[in-house]
Design a protein around this ligand. Structure first.
Ligand code: ADP
Ligand code: MG
Length: 331
């Protein structure tokens, strides 16, 4: 059974909830503003710069005149159509702006890596996709985020259901202080996805299998989830996310607390999961981004600098800043 993330689809065109400003008439192909783009690009004669069109005037927010790079659509080398579309997304913590006009298309059945130096806004952007920023006091999101063409910031969207559909895995594994079984069964129970114990047992088993953990825990389902190793706990919370039939799984540095062997297991799992889900992973490891993702988006100082197929980003980036970051010159 699929969770309906609309309360009431008839109300889908209603206004937004507090926090996210309405932005009528937003051009869906709105571009990504990259100030100073000409200064920072490499002087490479063979590069095609025809995608750069001059922007003669300052933008509505008073940003300096900049050149626009079209948001990437119809990503080549990816398995699915656009699942999540971000347009001109800005995020503020109180007075402080953390994200500036980010426009990005995230394809389905693909792993998209978000990379960039600490504090550049990767986690902030990740949280816009399941409205986790709503839970942070003083945090304000503007711009538009669509999932399957539906604005996720309208009143018609129940954030709790949205977060089931757009699951999240954090840096530090965070199983509930409950048994392994209960960790996985919790979501299906509260969302009423199963009607009896046999069905629920089936969902728990299938989710643990899909998360690659079943064989290690089948004989101790009723012992504490927190008793597992770090890597197992991370697979347990992935199983917990999977149990409510998500469509998107967001991962915020899911391996940074794990040893290399546990990391390899999670990376293998991510590769399997992409057959079914849209996956977005924040990582500070270039090697990991190169290993697990098909698309990469590079953020710097709250702006999306460049996005493209992972191989291209790592072998032939367009922007000087991307090159400098991936070659370890800063970050
Ligand atoms: N809850 C918060 N309150 C205030 N500022 C925040 C909060 N979370 C993040 N920030 C700020 O927003 C910017 C982006 O942070 P973040 O998205 O966590 O970056 P990253 O994940 O790339 O390291 C940073 O300057 C950070 O200090
Ligand atoms: Mg972060």
């Amino acid at each position: 059974m699929k969770l309906p993330f609309f309360h009431n689809p008839a109300k889908a065109s209603d206004g937004r909830e507090g926090g996210a400003s309405d932005n009528p008439g937003l051009p869906l192909m709105g571009g990504q503003i990259v100030p100073g783009v000409t200064d920072t690009t490499r002087p490479d004669e063979t590069r095609d710069e025809s995608f750069l069109t001059p922007e003669p005037e300052a933008d509505a927010r008073g940003a300096p005149a900049a050149q626009r790079v079209p948001a990437v659509t119809a990503a080549s080398g990816t398995a699915g159509p656009t699942k999540i579309m971000a347009r001109d997304v800005s995020v503020f913590y109180g007075e402080k702006q953390a994200l500036y006009d980010v426009s990005l298309d995230i394809p389905d059945k693909t792993v998209t890596a978000l990379i960039g130096p600490s504090g550049c806004g990767k986690s902030t952007f990740l949280r816009t996709m399941n409205r986790m920023n709503d839970t942070i006091q003083g945090c304000r999101v503007t711009g538009r985020i669509e999932m399957d063409g539906n604005d996720i910031n309208t009143k018609a969207i129940d954030p709790v259901l949205l977060r089931a559909q757009v699951g999240m895995v954090f840096q530090k594994p965070n199983p509930f202080p409950k048994t392994i079984y209960e960790n996985v069964a919790y979501g299906p129970k509260i969302h009423g996805l199963t009607t009896n114990k046999t069905e629920l047992d089936g969902v728990v088993e299938a989710s643990l299998k899909r998360a690659g953990l079943w064989e290690e825990v089948a004989d101790r389902l009723h012992s504490a989830g927190t008793g597992l190793s770090g890597g197992q706990q991370q697979r347990l919370v992935i199983a917990r996310a999977i149990a409510v039939n998500p469509e998107v799984i967001l991962m915020d540095e899911p391996c940074s607390a794990l040893d290399p062997i546990a990391t390899a297991k999670i990376e293998e799992l991510i590769d399997e999961l992409r057959e079914r889900y849209c996956i977005v992973i924040v990582t500070h490891s270039m090697a990991q981004a190169a290993r697990v993702s098909q698309r990469t988006a590079f953020f710097h100082m709250g702006r999306l600098v460049e996005t493209g197929n992972t191989e291209e980003i790592f072998t032939n980036p367009r922007e000087r800043r991307t090159l400098d970051y991936i070659t370890g010159r800063f970050g």
